[in-house]
Write a protein that binds this ligand. Structure first.
Ligand SMILES: Cc1cc2nc3c(=O)[nH]c(=O)nc-3n(C[C@H](O)[C@H](O)[C@H](O)COP(=O)(O)OP(=O)(O)OC[C@H]3O[C@@H](n4cnc5c(N)ncnc54)[C@H](O)[C@@H]3O)c2cc1C
Length: 390
């Protein structure tokens, strides 16, 4: 529906660029676009951000808030390294962001735990940790096996029959809405125009170099372009003739009433937020662009959490929602700067919370210099291109 209207509006339209000409135009003000724009602005780059507004599908507003390293990049060491690098930058990133924005973002990074119901699950998980450790080579990868007693130290209410878990020290969690708000406030304070309700409906390269983006309120011109529009990236990039294979995978999330502290660390299925609510969720559904919730999926999520933490059975659920993950065919991020579109960068990933620091502090400076950072070549779009049959 959206894609059809996009091409209709673009056709025959040739709005001259407005007087605002920028070094870099970022399309999308979700966690990825906002983090990159923030990093660019801190480099003194003249950046402008265009965002579709509240009608858009926004993963940044519906996610789980984990800073999660454990298990990431199994069989894809470049992704594991990138994720680790980001995890290591969180404190510095957030200190600076808080200074600039004046917004305190609830954040903890004391490690995280993957819970294993059975001995077999625990053995499988430990094998994965071994593999990650081997693939990390000189970087190393720390993890610790927790038996039932070890788990109880972090989670006094854990069920007696849970076999154990795996602790990794790199993990943590953050309030993702506060993070997004801090990024937007910082952008305003750094003088970056963030134009909401300015969905890009057309995009073209200029003859003399650079790009112009068409919005309902006119065109915006810039020397460089960053496409970070979440699921919208696919149709925006099509305007330049670039195929970006992204698809939605829905996740559903439950929020409970506020509780006294009961979870010492975040896990991949349950975390307790700074205000005491418990966030529960781990579903994955291929349902197109449907952001709704389904009672049977929510019930399954709740059952799983109660299996680990029986006391949750008596706790009130106060909210539930569905949100769409932005997935590439192999589940890995996309970092590309197509050779036939100089100065254009296409960025997408399904761990935009975890990777926010590395996007601001490593990717953005590289983009300002016109290049992708070393080590991200493996995430280019060419990996999805298949040769036509001969
Ligand atoms: C249920 C769920 C749980 C998750 N849990 C975690 C987690 O625990 N940890 C983690 O690291 N990640 C998690 N994620 C992933 C994370 O939320 C995303 O990686 C991240 O939010 C992606 O940010 P984004 O900016 O790419 O996309 P979005 O947040 O979708 O933002 C895209 C922006 O682009 C704009 N846009 C779209 N089309 C256009 C257009 N044509 N013109 C202008 N603007 C446009 C939209 O308005 C929107 O603001 C989760 C995601 C989901 C759905």
């Amino acid at each position: 529906m959206k894609e059809a209207s996009l091409s209709r509006v673009t056709k025959g339209r040739n709005t001259p660029p407005d007087h605002r000409s920028h070094d870099v135009l970022v399309v999308g003000a979700g966690l990825i676009g906002a983090s990159i724009a923030y990093g660019l602005a801190r480099q003194g780059v003249n950046v402008c951000v265009l965002d579709e507004g509240d009608v858009a599908l926004r993963a940044s507003r519906g996610n789980f808030g984990l800073i999660w390293v454990q298990g990431k990049g199994l069989g894809a060491p470049a992704y594991a390294r990138w994720t680790r690098r980001s995890a290591g930058l969180w404190r510095q990133f957030l200190t600076d962001l808080t200074d600039i924005s004046g917004i305190a973002v609830p954040f903890e990074q004391r490690g995280g735990v993957e819970l294993c119901q059975t001995e077999q699950e625990l053995a499988n998980r430990l094998n994965q940790m071994e593999q990650l450790s081997a693939e990390a080579r000189d970087l190393g990868f720390a993890y610790e096996r927790l038996d039932a007693e070890g788990l109880r130290r972090h989670f006094p209410g854990i069920a007696a029959d849970v076999a154990g878990g795996v602790f990794t020290p790199y993990d943590g969690h953050v309030d993702p809405l506060r993070l997004l708000s801090a990024l937007h406030t910082a952008l305003a304070r750094l003088g970056v125009p963030v134009r909401s309700h300015a969905g890009v409906v057309g995009l073209r390269a200029l003859d003399h170099g650079g790009y112009v983006a068409e919005t309902s309120s006119g065109g915006v011109e810039a020397a460089q372009l960053v496409l970070a529009a979440g699921l919208g990236t696919r149709s925006v990039a099509e305007q330049l003739g670039v195929a970006v294979p992204l698809h939605p995978i829905r996740g559903q999330v439950l929020i409970t009433e506020r509780l006294a502290p009961a979870f010492g660390l975040p896990t991949s299925i349950v975390r307790q937020t700074a205000d005491g609510t418990v966030q529960i969720g781990s579903s994955q559904e291929d349902v197109g662009f449907d952001t709704g919730t389904r009672p049977e999926v929510l019930a399954a999520i709740a059952r799983k959490a109660i299996r680990f933490f029986p006391f949750l059975k008596k706790v009130q659920v106060v909210r539930a929602w569905g949100a769409l993950r932005i997935m590439s065919p192999d589940g890995l991020p996309i970092y590309d700067s197509p050779a036939d579109h100089p100065g254009c960068f296409i960025i997408s990933c399904h761990s935009g919370v975890t990777l926010s620091p590395v996007h601001a502090l490593v990717l953005a400076p590289a983009i300002a210099g016109g290049l992708l950072p070393d080590g991200l070549r493996t995430f280019q779009l060419e990996r999805f291109h298949v040769s036509p049959p001969v």
